[in-house]
Design a binder for this molecule. Structure first.
Ligand code: HEM
Length: 194
């Protein structure tokens, strides 16, 4: 007559266990951790593939020897079809195309690409001015020393292209390469007077 209470058998536990598993999975902390893992995997894969597409291997460009004005230099910021990047340091223009990942579009020092980087390097600031020509006359001796060190580093790592021309200065003819001046000159005016 009395109805016996319903006793759960072990067979009934299976659905509950799997339910527990899903409730565990949906706990905020687990959702959060799963999210982080998904984002990290996405970032790793993205950086792997985007590096290849942003900086695909390029055929080496022919060397150029040419003095340029600030306005001419501006064309070589790496955005043009051949991707060449030039940077001026202390009155000298260097071909930094092999350092495209630094100075090319999207690089940490892209502000120097196609520009006179001297003042930025001397003052340790990744900025360049759009001035027509920066005579640097207001820099102090420590900043000038630092510029000379930067120039030496660029000479060691990159090909020299030519001089950054002052307004009105005539470009050198480099067709007779061996005889031309390519060494640093403290005062280019002294050199011209010789
Ligand atoms: C927190 C600040 C900075 C960090 C952590 C940093 C880090 C670095 C590193 C790791 C390199 C060597 C990259 C390599 O050879 O693979 C490098 C190179 C360089 N950095 Fe910086 N940098 C900083 C600030 C600056 C600033 C403010 C300037 C400019 C004024 C600057 C200019 C340069 C230049 C010109 C190079 C040489 C790139 C080349 O090899 O042509 N850096 N920097």
């Amino acid at each position: 007559m009395s109805s016996s209470p319903e006793i759960k058998t072990t067979d009934n536990e299976d659905p509950e266990t799997s339910l527990n598993f899903f409730t565990q999975l949906l706990r905020p902390v687990n959702v959060f951790l799963t999210g982080i893992i998904v984002v990290l995997v996405y970032k790793i894969l993205k950086s792997k593939f985007s590096k290849a597409s942003v900086y695909p291997p390029r055929p080496e460009l022919p060397k150029i020897r040419k003095d340029m004005t600030v306005a001419e230099l501006r064309h070589y910021d790496g955005n043009q079809p051949d991707g060449r990047v030039l940077v001026a340091v202390n009155g000298w223009i260097f071909d930094v195309t092999r350092g495209r990942r630094f100075y090319g579009p999207g690089g940490p020092y892209a502000a120097f690409g196609g520009k006179d980087a001297t003042r930025g390097l001397a003052t340790f600031s990744v900025t360049s001015s759009d001035k027509e020509y920066d005579d640097l006359s207001d820099l102090n001796s420590m900043e000038m020393d630092s510029i000379k060190e930067w120039e030496a580093q660029f000479r060691e790592n990159y090909d020299l292209v030519g001089k950054l021309l002052k307004p009105g200065e005539e470009p050198t003819n480099y067709s007779d390469e061996e005889t031309e001046e390519t060494e640093p000159v403290n005062n280019p005016e002294d050199k011209k007077a010789q």
